[in-house]
Design a binder for this molecule. Structure first.
Ligand code: 6CS
Ligand code: FE
Length: 272
């Protein structure tokens, strides 16, 4: 389906965002300094190794190893992340694109260890957020900040530039409580191979690479995914999702019950 909603709801003043409307994403090469990344990494590594957190629902471990894949709600677990989110160079990007006050819909760190890191199959985040979380419109942006260098070879994110203008409804139904399994390996809510083939043919595939501190700002409906990481080089990214306060979550459009608040926040207090 063609998308009716705009991609940019506000005014873009940052020159790095010039191609955001057309491509559905923009790369910010040096969003954080190496010193800032080093400080953040101390905190995010602590979260991944904290024995007390292991049993917490916010921690997702890999399907076939005991390694931590994601930690959710990191802005509540790390004061450094909380302070970072509020900064104008971070939340200000989301306000420019979304044209309103914004709040954090989701925050997480994705850890992709060397050798054994497993990828994320092709998906549109908005498809999941609409169906399972009740997000009305694709008026949200994600900021993925590289905490390690993102090379072409270590499972870096692939995107289909321009695919954000097409909404691909996914087949099947959302089973109750499937979100834990889905965060390890998404099988439900992924587009049909024929749709992916058509869109790849039309738009091509690009990849987000960059040194630690680089960031990718992308539209909630952009098709993206990543391969496994068999290199010795780990990849970790801090992932922040901002939603417009005018796009607050409703009841899910295609799931029996909403996902928990650490995955999809319902408190729309603006980030300031
Ligand atoms: O569940 C989420 O909110 C996000 N994570 C996955 C693996 N797929 C959909 C969305 O990107
Ligand atoms: Fe995603």
């Amino acid at each position: 389906m063609d998308r009716d909603d705009p991609t940019v709801w506000g005014e873009l003043s940052a020159p790095e965002l010039a191609s955001y409307d057309t491509d559905g994403y923009a790369i910010l090469d040096e969003l954080l300094t190496p010193a800032e990344v080093a400080e953040l990494t101390t905190d995010t590594d602590r979260l991944a190794t904290d024995a007390d957190l292991r049993a917490d629902d916010r921690v997702v471990v890999e399907k076939s190893s005991n390694r931590v894949r994601s930690v959710f709600e990191v802005h509540r677990l790390s004061t450094l992340v909380a302070e970072l989110v509020r900064q104008e160079r971070i939340a200000g990007l989301a306000r420019q694109v979304l044209g309103s006050e914004v709040y954090l819909h989701q925050s997480r760190v994705n850890y992709m260890p060397g050798f054994t890191g497993t990828g994320f199959y092709w998906h549109s985040d908005f498809e999941t957020w609409h169906a399972e979380d009740g997000m009305p419109a694709p008026r949200a942006v994600s900021l993925s900040i590289a905490l390690t260098d993102n090379h072409p070879c270590n499972g870096s994110l692939m995107v289909m530039p321009g695919s954000h203008r097409t909404f691909v409804p996914c087949q099947g139904e959302t089973p109750p409580d499937h979100y834990r399994a889905s965060l390890r390996e998404q099988r439900i809510g992924v587009p049909a191979q024929s749709a992916l083939a058509d869109l790849a043919d039309k738009h091509g595939i690009a990849q987000f690479t960059g040194a630690r501190g680089a960031a990718l700002l992308f539209d909630s409906n952009l098709l993206h995914g990543s391969s496994n990481n068999i290199t010795p080089l780990p990849r970790a990214n801090l992932f922040l999702v901002f939603n417009s306060v005018e796009n607050a979550l409703d009841t899910p459009y295609a799931a029996p019950a909403p996902r928990p608040e650490h995955i999809a926040a319902r408190d729309v207090t603006p980030v300031r």
